[in-house]
Design a protein around this ligand. Sequence first.
Ligand code: PMP
Length: 439
Amino acid sequence: IKASNSLSFSLQAKMSRPVRARRLEGIDKNIWVEFVKLAATYSKVNLGQGFPNFPAPDFLTEAFTRALSGGNHMLHQYTRAFGHPPLVKVLAQFFEKLLGRDLDPMTNVMVTVGAYQALFCCFQALVDEGDEVIIIEPFFDCYEPMVKMAGGTPVFVPLRPNPPKDGKLMSSADWQLDPAELASKFSKQTKAIVLNSPNNPLGKVFSHGELGLIAELCVKHDVLCISDEVYEWLVYDGKQHIRIASLQGMWDRTVIVGSAGKTFSATGWKVGWVVGPDRLLQHLRTVHQNSVYHCATIAQEAVAQGFQRELMLYGKPESYFVQLPKELQQKRDWLVQSLDSVGMKPIVPEGTYFLVADISQFKSDVPDVPNSDEPYDYRFAKWMVKNKGLAAIPLSAFYSEAHKKNYTNFIRLCFAKEEATLKAANDILQKWKQEKTSS
Ligand code: PMP
């Protein structure tokens, strides 16, 4: 009797009500789950997901080791929720230099679990039901679901390509906003615009003129700017990264998002930060306090020491922030050359460690899948990793549903890789080209 009772109880106990919160509707698909798995299964050379496969600098890993076993056992305990004091202090000092204004480490800086959590705090703290948030396409894909989860509506505006007429390779600078189109997206409902310069995936570094236009519209419509600047040090060919917060009227309405993962080539540490006015950051602190609380103390301590070193060497040739872009520029040039030589036309990036390449000349390589509405760039990237062992990400993954179909002839590749990895990628491409010419 006991057994049958418990059986009928367990049958009744099976849940039938919907369990998914409404805010997750339509955001459950994620490009990374599928493409990270494909790369892990098939790739010989992975230029897909964005992380360096060369080591983080010695001064940083040594600082971590010292923090771990240097005798200060308190570094194994909780630290201040809004940022380990040595880290917020040095970040404030550093950004005072960059922005030319005084900063209070306790109220103008907050440390987060990577830039990812910084972005999550921004959207949760600043976006309400019914608010519109302008997102410039192509965009780092998490902006859209994060806006939606906060109850907001993303409004997309594309960077439009203007191919150079002289037969030169296209540059990320050839992708531009149409000023009238951008202006038309601002409305009474607009609460914020997300700016990502240097931009993932294109590598575009927004010019002073472009930032001025965005700033003017933000001021005119009283709109916030969430400025994702995680690639701030990865800028090439003598270009300058300009911080929109330093433009007239923008400090008061901008949250700057940064990442030690990108800055010090240690993406796994997941240390990020926000810098901005207290009137905005106080609300981000509420989200952070009630969700994550804080990020690993030892990682924060080591990043603080990394910044102390960089503060001392600021602008000097030994600075990591000077050396890293130099090395990456060379890697960029190798990959550009290698892709160009096989007809996979690269768009030369001005910044970041990504580049986008045009794959329209490879359509005959990729078999059609009957009855599939999968875009060409997805089919290409899947076919390439399975048949050639080279992993990349389809560009349309960085577009909204409505605009994806206009950008299906490109893939994104990451060049923050060891020389041997880039050479192996080149070997794959050259062999492919030979097979094509001999068939
Ligand atoms: N913003 C952009 C534009 C990114 O490319 C990334 C990482 N790919 C992030 C934010 C997240 O950075 P983190 O790894 O520090 O969370």
